[in-house]
Design a protein around this ligand. Structure first.
Ligand code: AMO
Length: 430
């Protein structure tokens, strides 16, 4: 019977066939140990010269790393390790004998690995990270559907900026002239919620940002969520409940992956709502008291985010930032016109900013003035302003950077490992 490695525990004592690749092998005398992988997991298969005969055994021991093979054998429970199973090989078919594989179990430098990303993806750690990524994505969909948000797809080719207009990738768009790759689906999602009430999107977003850090990609996947009649405080609750849900699902489903990554899961096990809330003003005062030279009106740097979260068990919301350093669409704080009703969510364990969100400006005149202040072309934003003419309501939303969340949860150091084919300012290939 053909089985997937993930189901092997159900077949103890039975003969099964596994179709996969040779991950690693070693032999000692008349026994060879092959580590097979099939995409769903890894299993040790044992070849014995006595069972297979000399010819087959010598073919098995000359198999190269990453050869594609179909292996049949009997499943047995590992004699010492609980929950671990082995395959006693009875026959083996070689689909393709791989050429000498460039990525060996020894250490390689990051450039070499990134140049070989198409192959590096097969290594155990990369496999584990991509599986965690999938669980995070699935948990996000589940959370939103359980909470009455529907998925709305927003465009990638757009005529205008959503965030900072200096970070746009421009393309030539036929006779229409210059167009841009989307920085966030937010503005379109705001239109959609006036139809469907609560919505989320999930797609690639692009920032021509010259940031060369462990947390920046030029192409990354963002989940934006938006909800009508939801104001600032409720938006924070939606965000923290979603993060708790994602972490719970990963803890339930990714035990093996965490083990491979040697991820200490204790900090994840302690994540629960409510998260810490600090106003921007409080955050600046705290940072100054901790020795930072940051001044009111400045953006938080990496070190500042680290200082604010270093002794915390849960992520920290920094909310109500100065209007002057934030985008046009954020709602002015009715209690202080110099501030906006927004938030960043800063993760623990050096995760940095994982979510950015705000209540949106819902007043036509205020929003129009803000757009003009920013020097944006009014006509490009007319449709967006329309939303404030026809049944405007208080509403809020936020964007979560998928790779930032995967980086935190999986514990990998650099964001480039969290996306199958990273796009960085100095890397476009493969
Ligand atoms: P913001 O610009 O804060 O908000 O982006 C939202 C989230 O996206 C992630 N992120 C990135 N991830 C990887 N590489 C980058 N270069 C990068 N830039 C941002 C972060 C960040 O918190 N329109 C708003 C969202 C909203 O209010 O709905 C927006 O784009 O995790």
């Amino acid at each position: 019977m053909n089985i997937l490695i993930k189901h092997i525990a159900d077949y103890v004592g039975q003969r099964v066939t596994i179709k996969g690749w040779l991950y690693n092998s070693r032999s000692s005398g008349k026994i060879a140990f092959l580590e097979l992988r099939d995409g769903t997991g890894f299993v040790q298969a044992i070849a014995s010269q006595a069972d297979l005969g000399d010819d087959v055994f010598s073919r098995v021991t000359s198999l190269t790393q990453e050869s594609s093979i179909i292996v049949s054998g009997n499943v047995a429970a590992h004699p010492k390790k609980e929950g671990v199973f082995e395959l006693q090989i009875l026959s083996i078919e070689v689909v393709q004998l791989a050429q000498e594989y460039p990525i060996t179990p020894k250490e390689h430098g990051p450039d070499f690995l990134l140049n070989n990303r198409h192959l590096w993806l097969r290594s155990k750690r990369q496999w584990a990270v991509q599986r965690i990524r999938d669980v995070v994505i699935d948990a996000i969909y589940e959370y939103y559907h359980q909470n009455d948000f529907i998925k709305i797809d927003t465009p990638i080719i757009t005529p205008n900026a959503c965030e900072d207009s200096t970070e746009l990738f421009a393309i030539n768009y036929f006779d229409e002239g210059e167009a841009f790759l989307s920085q966030s689906g937010q503005l379109y999602l705001e239109a959609a919620i006036m139809s469907v009430g609560r919505a989320f999107d999930f797609g690639p977003t692009f920032r021509a940002e010259k940031s060369k850090t462990r947390r920046h990609l030029t192409e990354f996947w963002m989940m934006d969520a938006e909800a009508a009649y939801v104001e600032h405080e409720e938006s924070l609750q939606i965000q923290e409940n979603m993060i708790v849900h994602i972490v719970q699902r990963c803890l339930e489903k990714c035990r093996q992956e965490f083990q491979i990554l040697e991820r200490n899961t204790e900090p994840l096990e302690n994540i629960r709502a409510p998260f810490i809330r600090l106003t921007y003003t409080e955050a600046i005062k705290r940072l100054q008291s901790l020795g930072s030279d940051i001044q009111f009106g400045e953006d938080l740097g990496n070190d500042d985010e680290g200082l604010l979260t270093e002794n915390e068990q849960v992520p920290v919301f920094i909310h109500k930032w100065p209007k002057a350093i934030k985008p046009f669409y954020m709602k002015i704080d009715p209690e202080n016109p110099e501030l906006v009703l927004n938030n960043d969510l800063i993760g623990i364990e050096g995760a940095g900013e994982i979510i950015g969100g705000s209540q949106r400006e819902d007043d036509y005149e205020t929003l129009k003035a803000r757009i003009e202040e920013m020097g944006f072309k009014g006509e490009e934003y007319e449709w967006y302003l329309d939303l404030r003419k026809y049944g405007s309501v208080p509403h809020s939303g936020f964007g979560l950077g998928l790779e930032r969340v995967v980086r935190w949860i999986s514990g990998v150091e650099h964001i480039r490992e969290t996306i199958p084919f990273p796009r960085l300012i100095n890397r476009l290939k493969p």
